[in-house]
Ligand binder design. Sequence first.
Ligand code: SF4
Length: 316
Amino acid sequence: MEHDGLATDEVLFDVSGEQPHDAADARLEAQLASKPDGPPPYLSPSSSSTFNSCQKRWEFRYIHRLADPPGEAAIAGTFAHHVLELLMEEPGPQRTIERAKAIAREVWPQTAELDDFIALGFDNDEQRRFRWLAWTAIEGLWKLEDPSTVIVVANEQKIDAQLGGVPFRGIVDRLERANASNDAPLIVSDYKSGKAPSARFADGRLEQVLLYAAAIEASTGERPASARLLYLGQNIIETKVTETAISTAVGALGDTWATLNAAVENDAYEATPGPLCGWCPYAGECPEGLAELESRNASGRIRSSAPSLKFLNATV
Ligand code: SF4
């Protein structure tokens, strides 16, 4: 099942497929959620993706600030990102699988103590399965590259730039150079722990890293040569950062920003019911979502494991 280029499978397993839980971006969202009412002060990839997926969902999250607690896949993805960030801060020769395992063991208690993780209510077996899921993502980096050879410029680089008049913020997982030379081309890389998209949807997914590249160029004057999505354990999706590619991505961001501000000004948010309603934490507050769930449930077009079905059951 697909909805705006997003497969439902990816909602189940992808910390970034459904943008609200992009591992790094989520921290920006927490800052944004603390701002007073009114138009957002900036646009992040998560906010933009949520708005384009369903304006009403965006309203629930960013205007009414209803909770959207991360699920198992999002927490596992955040844990994997953290381990890889610390690994890539090590000198090249020390970026081994053994070191990654040691880091994972060191930082695991931080995840185990999270309220969101505790709320999952996992028993010991389920916790083991969770750690295996996260480790599979971490170990998947070695399927894509030899981390010891990466020339890291920055990890978890915060970016804040005006792109086509839009205040844009994000966090780049990794900025690197193509080789050890100081003037080697820059590369923007973003880790993904979810399912890699089919070729049909790859361009849409690359928009996020193209915006990161545009923001890096805007703040440093140096345009990265390429932007990549590292789908851990699967493949790398990459694009050259050309003037046309940046212009297209920034233009789309501007369109989203204009539509979003008009929606806020008019207090009018369009609901886009579809497969993702089954995974929307606000479906219980949303008549369109409940109707969609009812329809899908009646016709067998929704998995019995879709978490939002609980809202449907609560209304009968
Ligand atoms: S339930 Fe569906 S239509 Fe309603 S806010 Fe969520 S995604 Fe949008």
